[in-house]
Design a protein around this ligand. Structure first.
Ligand code: NAD
Length: 507
């Protein structure tokens, strides 16, 4: 059994090894807890809003210098960051497990995602292309150019404490911006570790401006200091839809750019031809993995009536037998919930589901290693007569609502009939069903998969969702465009001044 002293000690040892100054995580007023044991592991000094403002001022100065550095050279910094992350992968992955409760392969997987986005961004640093566009005026050339935007504010959630920062920061840096990062108050130690890792890359890089990327430690007040500061050109905010409802209008008020990456209520449709074994594994990982604490976790499953009795009893058996335990010392597949609030919310949702006619398997608290301050639960599978009550909302816990369907079109309609629009899956070997699901009339989500679960996206694609998920896109594809401003340039190399649209204005 890992005692609190061990977790605390190990946290300190990792932070020391990664070069995080002790003053950044001891003696402060903001307590940090590990969900593995539920006990306090560090005390961080939170920043006042005045300090946040000063940091943003210095980030603006850094931006003005950084934008002059050629983009491929900026890519070199991100290449070095990737190298430093490779070197720190085991330590940072372990710290993610300590702070977010992820099992080791998921902790390490999160760091791998950081490395992958660095590789992507290095290539991107030579591909920030604009178009050359045919012009209607003779002797003219028209083109678009992309320019750095300014200070980018990054606000992140507890459940992907480091990857989301890297998605934003790797792109923001190659695009010529500076970054201020407000991590979740539930996972700020990993942020300090990332800052230390980046510092090493900056040192090797040599001549980057000071304060190019700063971590602002604090609760939502620090987030608000970023959101309301007119010097922050873009805010990329990841978290609950509740947070987005507060942040979105405030950014709109000052016409700031926003990338909102909010809650998901992700669904899957299991069709008559589905490969049951594959579906079982995909649903089990999608719904129980990370203890249901991924924005892309599978939360709703529509199973065709012809397959229901083949799949659902096997799923229930998987729920009853899945290993749950301390991710630091067991090979359990399901670690803890982040805190008591998450547990209480889960129990409330299960009660509401029962009241709405649901039949619940699992959901009970597991006494892990005698700790009464940690919250380990058996994932819950709930057979629902209908998509009602708590099924319509995201509960950030391992609850999978299962519903029977008979008509495919009605299943798609039900799938889309929730507020969130992040990720979705169909399990079918029928090409027509698969294509319909991916079509204009199919899933309304930002991510739509065939024969894969809802979670586990790769960095090469654009990541994000529609409706109450906020509409933002991060990571791959052309998501970089959100981190730059576009200018359309027309050059007249003729000796005439022909006006567009044939307008005549002779003076
Ligand atoms: P949360 O909304 O409680 O907090 C997220 C971040 O926003 C934290 O850093 C918090 O301090 C900050 N914040 C909260 N209110 C704010 C305000 N008014 N102004 C500025 N900042 C504010 O979310 P959480 O519990 O940390 O994370 C879980 C949620 O995040 C889930 O809903 C999950 O689906 C979502 N999430 C979404 C994505 C995505 O990419 N769509 C990824 C990860 C998590």
């Amino acid at each position: 059994m890992t005692s609190i002293v061990d977790v605390k000690k190990e946290t300190g040892a990792i932070l020391d090894k990664l070069g995080v100054p002790r003053s950044a995580w001891t003696g402060g007023d903001m307590a940090s807890f590990s969900p593995v044991t539920g006990e306090e592991i560090a005390r961080l000094p939170a920043m006042s809003s005045g300090n946040c403002g000063a940091a943003i001022d210095s980030a603006e100065t850094a931006f003005k210098a950084w934008r002059k550095v050629p983009a491929p050279r900026r890519g070199e910094l991100v290449r070095l960051l990737g190298e430093e992350l490779r070197a720190a992968k085991d330590d940072l992955g372990r710290l993610v497990s300590i702070e977010a409760g992820k099992i080791p392969s998921e902790g390490a997987g999160e760091v791998q995602e950081m490395i992958d986005i660095c590789d992507f961004a290095v290539g991107l640093s030579r591909q920030l292309y604009g178009l050359t566009i045919a012009t209607e005026r003779p002797g003219h050339r028209m083109m678009e150019t992309w320019h750095p935007l300014g200070v980018v504010g990054v606000i992140t959630a507890f459940n992907f404490p480091v990857a989301v920062w890297s998605w934003n920061t790797a792109l923001a840096l190659v695009c010529g911006n500076s970054v201020v990062w407000k991590p979740s108050e539930k996972s700020s130690l990993t942020a300090l570790a990332c800052q230390a890792i980046l510092e090493r890359a900056l040192k090797r890089f040599g001549d980057a401006p000071d304060n190019l990327m700063q971590v602002l430690i604090g609760d939502r007040d620090a987030g608000e200091a970023i959101v309301d500061n007119p010097k922050v050109a873009l805010v990329s905010a990841t978290g609950s839809t509740r947070m987005g409802r507060e942040v979105g209008p405030r950014l709109a008020k000052r016409f700031a750019r926003a990338i909102l990456e909010l809650g998901g209520n992700n669904g899957g449709i299991v069709c008559p031809s589905a490969d049951v074994d594959m579906t079982l594994r995909a649903v089990a990982f999608g719904a129980m993995g990370t203890a249901g604490q991924r924005c892309t976790s599978m939360r709703r499953l529509f199973v065709h009536e012809s397959l229901y009795d083949k799949l659902v009893p096997r799923l229930k058996a998987a729920y009853e037998s899945v290993s749950i335990g301390n991710p630091l010392e067991t090979s359990a597949l399901v670690g803890p919930l982040i805190d008591k609030l998450a547990f209480d919310n889960m129990q409330k949702a299960l009660e509401a589901a029962k009241a709405a006619g649901g039949s619940v398997t699992g959901g009970e608290r597991i006494a892990e290693a005698g700790k009464d301050t940690a919250y380990y639960v058996r994932p819950a599978i709930v057979e629902m007569p209908d998509q009602t009550g708590p099924v319509l909302e995201e509960t950030f816990a391992p609850i999978l609502y299962v519903m029977k369907y008979s008509d495919f079109d009605a299943a798609i309609q039900a799938h889309n009939a929730v507020g969130a629009g992040l990720s979705s899956s169909i399990f079918t070997l029928d090409m027509q069903e698969a294509e319909q699901f991916l079509s204009d009339e199919g899933s309304d989500c930002g991510i739509a998969n065939v024969n894969i679960g809802t979670s586990g996206a790769e960095i090469g694609g654009a990541f994000g969702g529609e409706k109450e998920t906020g509409g933002g896109r991060e990571s791959g594809s052309d998501a970089w465009k959100a981190y730059m401003r576009r200018a359309t340039n027309t050059v007249n190399y003729s000796k005439q001044l022909p006006l567009a649209q044939g307008v005549s204005f002779d003076i």
